[in-house]
Ligand binder design. Sequence first.
Ligand code: PHE
Ligand code: ZN
Length: 883
Amino acid sequence: MREGTVTLTRREDYVAPSHWIRSVDLTFELEPAKTLVISRMQVEPNADRPGEPLRLDGEDITLTRVLVNGNSVSFHFDAGQLVLEKLPAEPFALEIRNTCAPGKNTQLSGLYTSGGGFFTQCEAQGFRRITYFADRPDVMAVFKVTLRADAKLYPMLLSNGNLVESGELPKGRHYAVWSDPHPKPSYLFALVAADLVCREQKIRTRSGQDHTLQVYVRAGDLDKTEHAMNSLIASIAWDEARFGLKLDLERFMIVAVSDFNMGAMENKGLNIFNTKFVLASPATATDIDFGNVESVVGHEYFHNWTGNRITCRDWFQLSLKEGLTVYRDQEFSQDMAGVASARAVKRIEDVRQLRQSQYPEDAGPMAHPVRPDQYQAIDNFYTATVYDKGAEVVRMMATLVGRAGFRKGMDLYFARHDGQAVTCDDFAQAIADANHGSALAERLDTFKHWYAQAGTPRLKAEGSFDADTGRYTLTLSQHTPATPGQPLKQPFVIPVAMGLLDAAGQPITGTDRVLVLDTASQSWTFDGLTAAPVPSLLRGFSAPVILEWDASEAELFTLLGHDTDAFNRWEAGQRLAVQRLLAAVRQGGDLVLDEAFVSALRSVLNDPALDAAFKELVLTLPSEGYLAERMAEAGEPIDPQKIHAARESMRAQLARSLHADWVTAWEQNSQTGGYRPDPVSCGRRALANLALNMLVLDGVAHGEPLWQGKALQRFKDAGNMTDRLGALAALVHGRSSLAGAALERFHAMFSGEALVIDKWFALQATAPEQDGQVFAQIKVLARHPDYSLRNPNRARSLLLTMTQLNPGAFHRADGAGYAFWADKVQEVDGFNPQLASRMARALDRWRALAEPFRSHARTAIERIAAKTDLSGDTREIVTRALA
Ligand code: PHE
Ligand code: ZN
């Protein structure tokens, strides 16, 4: 993708392929410097497009031979594609030989080496970096793969499907032949040749089928694979129980690799994972890591049906598989969490994530619909919008047709489209057709605006109560701001789950409903009320909108204290905090916390009926990034330093005024016994860590050593990584003088554990900024011998962590944070454009910044844009940012 010319691909230009490739027989002679690839394909002209040339994609590979039905033919290259003309009108055999250089593939797309082994990554367009092919998802072929490699260096030879043959070869080499019976697009191809060990488990499913499950890792990591295996087993059981979807392979493999651009990849039968989302042991992984492993293992497994059995017609339909599969993994995690309160915690975390990453995207230069209309580099569209907003779109459909209706819709989707490459429209149609007369089917065309229109809708709510008639009228109206290329928006279909509470916070019977707004504005009435009710709107976050509701403080306190919907209880607390924080930012000067707010939080913290996990969420202040977006929504320039100062001030005051309550929370939750990553113990550890963090913060502020000492002791004695890292974070983030030695000790303890060293960097990169010290330390760490930009996890641990999670350190009035960032983006772009273009997103929202941040940001982006050999990936990001 290093070509100078930028081409735009448009959704409306889709045409079916000129030829189908029905089968591929691949042989690999694996060597890091030069790998030989022989591809023998059965090609069938598409009867709808007779006589057209066959165009095959290829990138950074060397062609050595082309044969059609065994004879050499003429060919030429056009725009990077290999073009074959005057081909037979009947099906024919095509043989291609080429070489590639996996050892030099620093982009980690295609065939590359990592830790002395060979791995592949083909989504979206990596297969063309392995061999010439119709590298598009609507061309589906049956693959047979022969791998030949040195037997000592690469004892494990894996590919998709089933192992059909293996054996020795001369000169210390060996081979394996794999065959995958399911036709698949090239992006789902995978191979692995490496020195790995595996955890294996045989299972028999509910329907009585036997399967072999394997998790492959490097030799020292076997003791960290149990949780991934259990998560896989749980995923298989869940998909069968919830959606009637069975594993369709005898063998299912997961392979961990430490150099990986993304989280994980759903290659048919051979999922390849970033080590971060496979390896977990109590000593090295936190509760969050355990949760992530479960959800990513689930996500990739669920792709076997939603992605692999039914795939995307073209990459504009990416959310067809990603939005749906994120929805499925979110549901899986909720079901695994079990009880309602734990499900709500997961929902709050998912929404927080959506608002933290997708809302800014939808408000910035990269705003695009869930089903984009155009792209320069498809890699840039693996976004929060396609994934997380896409999942919300599926969730709204499920809300509109009900749980049973959604299952019927999924059944119809598979009945219609199994084995096909289809579109988002096909999915929505199936859900609607299975639910005639439903709230979705009645307004399907309007609903599909969610696929077509970018931008986050503003949902305005106004209530009025008529004491004479006892009638409450709720008026909902919607408005969506313009986004690049889309000045005007049609109304969306917005399901609004709601209910009314009385002034004492008790639910008013018969008022729980799901209102469906599908026009610019609409009113609903509730009769028979004796007093003005408190509305609880958008329960469970029933639509991905911004709720503009002018709630009184009293209403918010009522919701926080009493709502039956846990999401809205949390949301009310966040609103109360946001109002105070933004008022402080606007007025300047000191933030003085009122007793009403403090005592409401105190009640939550001390409420024996609430889960610790929920308390931790309520007591965690909205992030600086979230606060920044709220300012931008109100049309006010973002001053990240003022936001940082206000939030730090509020944290310090909560640390002080709730001191006794934090002590109680610590005492009640800090001992969780033997490690188990279940929701109750995870919640208790999270709350204990927050309490410790606050107590250390307060101790440092007031020169009291007690809690710093306790934190250090906890750090030393901890029986698991969650407790250990939590205690270390309390010291580092609280700026305790004990932090330095503890950091050193931590580094020495885990020097051989790459994923833990990533945490060591990330922890320091998230320390609350004070007087530029944190940024200075980040720059020092960037020169640490353990730091490297080549490994994506390590690169992200410092840089993306700073730009995404530490606005106070990144956004400096002198612009030094941006300059540092620009240097690193340029450097990474030279060898890994996908990683660089992700990093380049950090200043998407530069136009919303106040001065002097805004000018410095522009200068830094312009500097990146000025790099002459910038990759197409990064160029698309900076061009859009500056447009
Ligand atoms: N398809 C992968 C997933 O969401 C993500 C991915 C995309 C991985 C591109 C690698 C490259 O599960
Ligand atoms: Zn996915």
